[in-house]
Design a protein around this ligand. Structure first.
Ligand code: AP5
Ligand code: ZN
Length: 216
């Protein structure tokens, strides 16, 4: 399956994507995680991305699309993938359509993860991420690690993302509404969108998402 996961910052895209990708045996491709891996390796791409991410803005399309394309062309993505955080504006969605068309492929579903603003703000404020792997995500109150500050999965140090400050979160939400939400209409026109509530327990959201996908 080829799936796009969309939703506001903090809705739980990464949390759900990890679980859905495992169940569906497809790679979880997160452009945010790819940028963070570049930042920790201190690559040129990482340095460029960090300046945009810390301000809550989108990284320019040219580098983002090239990075996503490169990842989607890896052998493990041949049978499908779950995109998390890409596309993030209409021109990225158009670029993805073009890319899929040249490979004679198409998307199967777009999952729109819906959560109210006050909830996403609470989720982001308490989020802690592993230094070793930004797919290892916890929340100080909702999904706390067994030992404070230590990743349950790999023992790595947990930290708060630089772009999780209150001011940057406000900017990221604004960018989501103005630049990312329009892709929902873009995909609705293709009949691909299923809206799933992101409220409630992590496992319940996964169940809702899986049943939405089974109808796609
Ligand atoms: P990215 O990393 O994609 O961030 P985001 O979209 O803002 O989303 P988040 O990672 O903040 O949240 P999430 O929805 O994954 O929630 P999570 O599962 O962690 O992008 C970061 C930046 O990179 C962008 O601002 C941009 O600069 C750049 N970028 C990335 N892609 C780009 C692109 N395509 N183009 C241009 N620029 C791009 O959950 C949040 C918290 O809630 C966690 O603590 C979790 O434990 C908790 N939680 C999750 N589910 C539940 C639940 N059901 N109940 C209680 N708590 C929960
Ligand atoms: Zn870890």
């Amino acid at each position: 399956m080829r799936i796009v996961l969309v939703g506001p910052p903090g809705a739980g895209k990464g949390t759900q994507a990890t679980r859905l990708a495992e169940t569906l045996h497809i790679p979880h491709i997160s452009t945010g995680d790819l940028f963070r891996a570049n930042i920790s390796r201190q690559t040129e791409l990482g340095k460029l991305a960090k300046s945009y991410m810390d301000a809550g803005n989108l990284v320019p399309d040219e580098v983002t699309i090239a990075m996503a394309k490169d990842r989607m062309e890896q052998p493990d993505a041949e049978g499908g993938f779950l995109l998390d955080g890409f596309p993030r504006n209409v021109s990225q969605a158009e670029a993805l359509d073009e890319l899929l068309e040249t490979e004679d492929m198409k998307l199967d579903a777009v999952l729109d993860l819906e959560a109210p603003e006050d909830e996403v703000v609470k989720r982001i404020a308490g989020r802690r991420v592993c230094r070793n792997d930004s797919a290892h995500v916890f929340h100080v109150a909702y999904t706390p690690p067994k030992k404070e500050g230590v990743c349950d999965v790999c023992g790595g140090e947990l930290y708060q993302r630089d772009d999780d400050s209150e001011e940057t979160v406000r900017k990221r939400l604004e960018v989501y509404h103005t630049q990312t939400e329009p892709i929902i209409d873009y995909y609705k026109a293709q009949g691909l969108v299923t809206t799933v509530s992101a409220m409630g327990k992590v496992a319940d959201v996964t169940k809702r998402a899986m049943s939405a996908l089974s109808g796609s």
